[in-house]
Design a binder for this molecule. Structure first.
Ligand code: GUN
Length: 294
């Protein structure tokens, strides 16, 4: 059984990005810039945003975090985005989700210049991705990170049955779409399961590659997994744990303890998919910078 080490791969990738950023700095005296906007005080989001900014700095990119109070109106947020759209030193814009309920996520997505949409959420980027024009879009960071893991671990995917559990716009839908495409690291037969799926175990048990993006701790049990499957766990769930100083521990969507022993390869939580998401965000930001400066 192989433990897919997303932490290591993300570190390698960040090193590669760092040297490319350095090259640009020497050649044209410019570096990529990422602006992250967070509205309100969701503690998990604050941790993610801090980690994004930290990784950005580590690779030599500029990073700005704009923290807006929870009461910020939608109009104010859209004005802030528009100002950053116009800033030539910013190549990537990310508005951390979830947003307070009075702000419409769709309006925010539409306000971001698709050329700076390093989350890959704008319909223009989603559309190009679905069409297979991967050189003309930004791919949503978590699915993109999973492709990178499959590639670097040389996991055989061609003709295999990939089952994606979850249909979110951020992970499930783009993931399933990419796994369907004719890329070296994809080219699968794809099934998508969700909350209304009947007899889900009968489907997940057919998966050669099982991707869990449900958002419920330990949802995928060993009875749902075929022996020898490759298991990719996207979940980052906080589970109460009195023995921890913070009062919680992180658990994936997969019951790792029991599933790991029957899988051929599996991503741990933490240290699997999570670190890759940040690395791909930086990769998208560098890509945007290169497109703006060529
Ligand atoms: N919240 C959780 N994951 C993400 C992500 O990939 N992008 C944004 N903008 N918000 C998130």
């Amino acid at each position: 059984m192989t433990i897919i080490d997303g932490k290591k791969i993300s570190t390698d990738l960040k090193e590669e990005l760092k040297s490319k950023v350095q090259e640009f700095k020497e050649k044209i005296n410019k570096v990529p810039g990422l602006t992250v906007i967070i509205v309100g005080e969701d503690p998990a989001s604050q941790v993610y945003v801090r980690n994004k900014a930290k990784s950005c700095k580590e690779t030599g990119m500029n990073s700005t975090v704009i923290e807006l109070p929870a009461e910020t109106s939608q109009v104010e947020l859209l004005e802030t985005i528009e100002r950053i759209n116009q800033d030539p030193d910013v190549h990537g814009i990310l508005v951390q989700q979830p947003l307070p309920s009075h702000i419409e996520e769709y309006a925010v997505t539409m306000a971001i210049d698709p050329k700076k949409d390093v989350d890959g959420f704008h319909p223009e980027n989603v559309g190009q991705m679905v069409l297979g024009n991967l050189d003309k879009c930004y791919i949503s960071c978590t699915p993109y990170g999973i492709l990178e893991l499959l590639k670097r671990y040389e996991i055989e995917t061609r003709g295999k049955h990939c089952v994606v559990v979850g249909r979110s716009n951020i992970v499930g839908k783009p993931m399933a779409n990419l796994m369907l495409q004719k890329l070296k690291e994809t080219n699968c037969t794809v099934t998508i399961c969700h909350s209304a799926t009947e007899d889900m175990p009968s489907l997940t048990r057919q998966a050669d590659i099982l991707i869990a993006a449900i958002g419920r701790a330990n949802f995928i049990t060993k009875e749902m997994v075929k022996p020898g499957a490759v298991v990719i766990d996207v979940g980052i769930n906080r589970v109460e744990d009195a023995s921890k100083k913070s009062g919680y521990r992180l658990a994936g969507d997969v019951d790792y303890e029991h599933v790991a022993e029957l899988s051929s390869a599996i991503t741990p939580v933490p240290g699997g998919v999570g670190p890759m998401t940040i690395a791909m965000l930086l990769k998208n930001t560098l890509q945007s910078f290169m497109r703006a400066n060529n």
